[in-house]
Design a binder for this molecule. Sequence first.
Ligand code: DGL
Length: 292
Amino acid sequence: MEGILCRFIMKARFIMYSQIPGPVGIFDSGYGGLTIFDKIQKALPEYDYIYLGDNARTPYGTRSFEVVYRFTRQAVSKLFEQGCQLVILACNTASAKALRTIQLKDLPLWDASRRVLGVIRPTVEAMDRISRSKHVGILATSGTISSDSYTIEIEKLYPHIKVTGEACPMWVPLVENNEFHSPGADYFVKKHIDHILSRDAGIDTLVLACTHYPLLQDKIYEFLPEGITLFSQGERVAGSLTDYLGRHPEMDKRLTKGGTSRFLTTEAAGKFSEAASIFLHYPIKVKQIAID
Ligand code: DGL
């Protein structure tokens, strides 16, 4: 009974807000999504944005489906409450484990006219164009790899592409702890690059399928044999969003365009703004919120 009442109140609240234009919401388990936010904001500077990082509960990469779904659902609900009409899950793990259920189960209950989009589909769409050998390697968190999302999505669009996945569980902690230039990073980057290439020598494209990994890009290049393309998602996701808004003027009209960005985190604000400068290279103002 309580659950039904809760859902009713939640739905009523979204109906009240649903026609009011608002910002684009960008969600990640922590800082990683800032690599996506940065590219989106540069491609579409006139829009307003709210970035939400669930830093208090990061990492998501090692958590179960049920937990990642529950956390992501809470985050999307919070961004909707803040007036966001469109939310981008700028996190591969959340896109892999929660996006479909939120789109199919939660959105129709909350407000079917709002949208939640992920980062996997736009990345997958680029694969046939990028890979000449049609052998692609996916570097991601354990959660994204065990979900098989990339393999399934690539198989649907491009069945002729062979996909090899490699879980790199230490890479997110290296980035989160600002250790991505350390000897520890050398060890863990080399380990996974060597391992994935030994499993398929035909790979000509490695996808950085975790939003934290672009910060390890220079380190990865040190251990990458020549002729292999390292594919970062940010620009691709930004291009795909630009394209989406062009094709959906009804959504574009519901997005405010004041050129502002707000940053929310579930951890201490000071900690977030300090770490965010590593990702964005400029100072930001941050507010701490609770989302559970
Ligand atoms: N940034 C997230 C992703 O793209 C992973 C970070 C985490 O494990 O929380 O998958």
